[in-house]
Design a protein around this ligand. Structure first.
Ligand code: GAR
Length: 206
C-alpha cells in the first residue's frame, strides 16, 4: 500500500473491549509496525472500554452512536470522519456492526477485519463458542479484507491452535485472543508492505 514514504494512517473501528486495538497500538509504540500511525479510533458505542483506552493513550477519538440510526447515514458520518483524518487503512477491531456497501466502496481493499475463527467456518457472533460446541479440534483466527458480506473477504492470514481436552469455550476464547493480537500486527505489516496482489479471493505475496 503506497503512501509515498509517509506513515500509513490507520482508522480503528471498535464497539467493545478494544484488546485488538490495544495490541495494534502497543505494536506501534514498541516499533513492531514501523511507519504506521493511528490517525483516529472510532466507536459506535459511547461507553465502549476500547474508546476510553484510546483516550487514555491520548489518541484522537470519536464516537458515532449507531443505535437507532440507518446504516447508510451512520456510515456516511464514519466515512467523512475517516477521510477528514486522512486514513489510509481501516482496521475493524471488534466492530460489531455490518458496514454498508457505501462504506466498502469508499475504502476499496483498504478495510481489514479480525475474526476469532478459521473462516469460512463459524462466521458471525460467538465464533469461539460455535467452534467449541461443534467439536472441531483446531480453532484460530483470521484477518481478512472486508467486502459486503459478513466475515467474508479475501484472507490475509490465519493462525491456528489445537483445542485441548481441558478447554471450555472461555479458555478457548482466551487462547484464540492471544493469537489475534499477533495476527493483526502481522496482517497490517503485510498490507503496509504493498507487496501482494489479490487474485479472486486469494491474497498472494509477490
Ligand atoms: C475479538 O475476538 C474479535 O475477533 C471479535 O470480537 C472480539 C473483539 O475483542 N470480532 C468478531 O467477532 C467480528 N466478527 P476486542 O474488543 O478485545 O478486540
Amino acid at each position: 500500500m503506497s503512501t509515498g514514504g509517509k506513515p500509513l494512517r490507520l482508522g480503528v473501528l471498535l464497539s467493545g473491549r478494544g484488546s485488538n486495538f490495544l495490541a495494534i497500538a502497543h505494536s506501534i509504540r514498541e516499533g513492531r509496525l514501523p511507519n504506521v500511525e493511528i490517525a483516529i479510533v472510532l466507536s459506535n458505542v459511547a461507553d465502549a472500554p476500547g474508546i476510553q483506552a484510546a483516550r487514555d493513550l491520548n489518541l484522537t477519538t470519536a464516537v458515532f452512536v449507531s443505535k437507532g440510526r440507518a446504516r447508510a447515514d451512520h456510515d456516511a458520518d464514519l466515512i467523512a470522519c475517516l477521510r477528514g483524518h486522512n486514513v489510509d487503512l481501516v482496521c475493524l477491531a471488534g466492530y460489531m456492526r455490518l458496514l454498508s456497501p457505501g462504506f466498502i466502496a469508499a475504502f476499496p481493499n483498504r478495510i481489514l477485519n479480525i475474526h476469532p475463527s478459521l473462516l469460512p467456518a463459524f462466521p458471525g457472533l460467538d465464533a469461539q463458542e460455535q467452534a467449541f460446541d461443534y467439536g472441531v479440534k483446531i480453532a484460530g483466527c483470521t484477518v481478512h479484507f472486508v467486502d459486503e458480506h459478513l466475515d467474508h473477504g479475501a484472507i490475509i492470514l490465519q493462525r491456528a491452535i489445537p483445542i485441548l481436552e481441558t478447554d471450555d469455550a472461555h479458555s478457548l476464547s482466551e487462547r484464540i485472543l492471544v493469537e489475534e493480537h499477533i495476527a493483526y500486527t502481522d496482517a497490517i505489516t503485510r498490507v503496509a508492505s504493498g507487496d501482494y496482489v489479490i487474485r479472486g479471493r486469494r491474497y498472494v505475496k509477490r
